[in-house]
Design a protein. Structure first.
Lengths: 251, 400
């Protein structure tokens, strides 16, 4: 049983025009097995929240705390956070020329576990995961994210999540830009990992559509760097009907 | 915290296009060549071909006088059809594919004390790469080397240079009709070596040259490679890989002369730089003469700047005198180490040092494969790892 505890988190970024405050006091607690949907309009700071948790060097944490099972996440380097059990599926996964998917996955797995995986079981595991995500075997030999379609990139993120078995995963708009078939495949992947490992999920999304495939336990409406309203799945339905306008007027 | 945030890439500052912009030489073809040292003035540093060069290091190689030094040659038993012979300076002049193109190589040829000729007899096919090592023992050395690949021969020849020396050389590479030669020059010098070389290749009809240059060691290395087509249907592939640390100057100049129709050239050079005073220069000239119809050429230089302060210059230059070409292009890019790549890898648990290795290995991977000699590939990947260990140590120190 793991808990990610975010308290009063403030984050800013340096821009040519000066320091810009993006997160303005985020409070959120995610336990193993729970799925929290974070829903908000573009530019509200959802990706910044994801990056701040993962430790992207661009964002300065100016106030607040993040703890994973009592350990201070903000004190950890980026790779230490991953080793502690955090995973970020990125909205825009990065290309790494000349590094094959299989090499990348093996290197990451070795780093997370502190030892190289047993070759035979590992190969089987990778193959099984790729089949489940309807990724062709040839994928393994391609360079990381190079020339991948949008859907391929997102499937590749979920593949990593499955193979690295984190405690808590932040999925940043994993659904955006996917057609319904791809969305279903990716959602099945997330649900499978949840079932198998008791993963806690922070599901960042702009659209309600993914919530038909991944059922959230909690919904948080995110506006202007803060959680503006919280509730159960019914809140998502309301958002689907009304959109974010109500919050934007208030903000 | 990454320390690569502020690394400076001198990306396109020195990127000049030959088309439209006049180069200081009216045409690359106008550069003089001669065996007479006195035909070249001592460069002052403003000349187009010397303006990036570390003249202070190269100065001893510009003096028109003999030296007594030599390199130690380690030659394996030569296979049938291959000979290595010594000839005198006069004979070497006669047999070289052309005269030297700058003062340093004119001095090297004049004061070599005689040249070595590696000859591959016509129709000889070598199944195994032939590796010759030369080692410097701290001396001042002038050298002249000839490689002659006979008609329809097929060979891979590796020259490994190590130890230390102040070494200048003139290398003539002659491919007869339909010859295939894979020539690899490895600069694995000790840290204080200074090396200036001119390599001139002539490609006969239907011949194929793969010329690879790998520069990792040495204080200053300046290699000037020219390939000229003498017969139709020939192809040259010039590959280069370099990795400069602090205190190293690595300069690679290239000239591909398309003087006859229907030839193909590819130039692919990639370099990594690490350390405040690491310095690399790449100048790639391609000339497509009026007669050279249906030429197909492409040259590429990419530089990866790993740390603050390192500087890479990249100057591609394409001169086209005929409209009847099959294809001509060039690309030059200098980028600093990508923080987003680092973040992505590290967010998967991969340490900073390991992530840097992955990215740099990835940067060089396709090029190392292109060199096409298994033994070289392996030792190269190892050498790159070693370079990266240094970088990681250095960065760890600056971070601490
Ligand atoms: N690195 C950055 N530099 C400058 N502004 C940024 C940076 N990252 C985010 N922002 C700004 O912060 C706000 C929130 O961005 P983001 O977290 O990406 O929102 P969301 O993911 O909800 O669309 C936006 O106005 C965006 O322009
Ligand atoms: Mg976003």
């Amino acid at each position: 049983m793991s808990t990610l505890e975010i308290k009063n988190l403030h984050a800013s970024v340096d821009t040519p025009e000066g320091t810009k405050q993006i997160l303005k006091g985020v409070n959120l607690t995610i336990n193993s097995g729970e799925t929290h949907a974070i829903m908000g309009p573009n530019g509200s700071g959802k990706s910044t929240l994801a990056y701040a948790i993962a430790g992207h060097p661009k964002y300065d944490i100016t106030e607040g705390s993040v703890f994973l099972d009592g350990e201070d996440v903000l004190e950890m380097s980026v790779d230490e956070r991953a080793k502690a059990g955090l995973f970020l599926a990125m909205q825009y996964p990065v290309e790494v020329p000349g590094v094959s998917v299989s090499n990348f996955l093996r290197t990451a797995k070795t780093a997370i576990d502190g030892e190289a995986p047993k070759l035979r079981t590992w190969v089987k595991e990778v193959k099984g995961s790729m089949e489940d995500l309807r990724m062709d075997a040839s994928f393994a030999e391609r360079n990381v994210n190079e020339g991948f379609s949008g859907g391929e990139k997102k499937r590749h993120e979920i593949l990593q999540m499955e193979l690295l078995s984190p405690k808590i995963a932040v999925l940043d708009e994993t659904d955006s830009g996917l057609d319904v078939d791809a969305l279903r495949i990716v959602s099945e992947g997330v649900n499978r990992v949840k079932e198998n490992t008791g993963l806690g999920v922070m599901l960042i999304t702009h659209y309600t559509r993914i919530l038909r495939y991944i059922k959230p336990d909690f919904v948080h409406v995110f506006v202007n760097g803060q959680v503006a309203e919280e509730g159960g799945p019914e809140l998502a339905e309301r958002l689907e009907a009304e959109g974010y306008d109500r919050y934007l007027v208030e903000a | 915290m990454t320390v690569t945030d502020h690394s400076r890439a001198t990306a396109d500052t020195a990127h000049s296009h030959g088309l439209g912009t006049p180069t200081p030489d009216a045409s690359r073809a106008d550069r003089p060549t001669s065996f007479e040292v006195s035909d070249f003035t001592v460069p002052g540093g403003r000349e187009e071909e010397w303006r990036f060069s570390p003249l202070k290091d190269i100065k001893p190689m510009l003096a028109d006088e003999a030296t007594s030094g030599h390199l130690e040659w380690d030659v394996p038993e030569l296979p049938a059809g291959v000979t290595l012979t010594d000839i005198d300076v006069a004979a070497a002049r006669e047999r070289s594919v052309r005269a030297p193109g700058d003062r340093a190589s004119a001095v090297a040829a004049a004061h070599s004390g005689g040249a070595r000729v590696l000859t591959i007899a016509p129709n000889t096919v070598l199944d195994e790469p032939l590796q010759i090592s030369v080692t410097g023992t701290g001396q001042d050395v002038r050298g002249h080397l000839l490689v002659e690949a006979g008609e329809s021969s097929e060979a891979t020849v590796i020259f490994e240079r190590k130890g230390t020396a102040t070494y200048s050389e003139f290398v003539s590479v002659d491919l007869a009709q339909n010859a295939g030669l894979n020539l690899v020059l490895l600069q694995l010098w000790d840290a204080d070596a200074v090396h200036a070389g001119e390599i001139v290749a002539r490609l006969g009809r239907d011949s194929r040259l793969r010329g690879s240059v790998v520069t990792l060691g040495g204080k200053s290395v300046r290699l000037n490679t020219s390939a000229a087509f003498a017969g139709e249907g020939a192809r040259v592939d010039l590959f280069g890989l370099y990795f400069a640390d602090s205190g190293q100057h690595q300069e690679h100049q290239l000239f591909v002369d398309h003087a006859v129709p229907r030839c193909t050239s590819r130039v692919t050079y990639k370099g990594a730089l690490a350390g405040k005073t690491a310095r690399t220069v790449w100048i790639g000239d391609v000339l497509i003469r009026k007669e050279a119809e249906e030429t197909d050429t492409y040259e590429l230089n990419r530089n990866l700047v790993l740390t603050d302060g390192a500087r890479a210059d990249s100057v591609p230059n394409l001169e086209i005198e005929t409209g009847e070409i099959a294809g001509a292009g060039h690309a030059s890019a200098t980028g600093r180490f990508d923080d987003e790549q680092m973040f992505y890898l590290r967010s998967r648990g991969i340490s900073e040092a390991e992530a840097r290795k992955l990215v740099v290995r990835g940067f060089f991977a396709d090029l190392v494969q292109e060199i096409g000699v298994a033994s070289v590939e392996q030792s190269l990947m190892k050498a790159i790892e070693l370079e990266l260990e240094h970088v990681n140590e250095e960065l760890a120190e600056t971070e601490a």
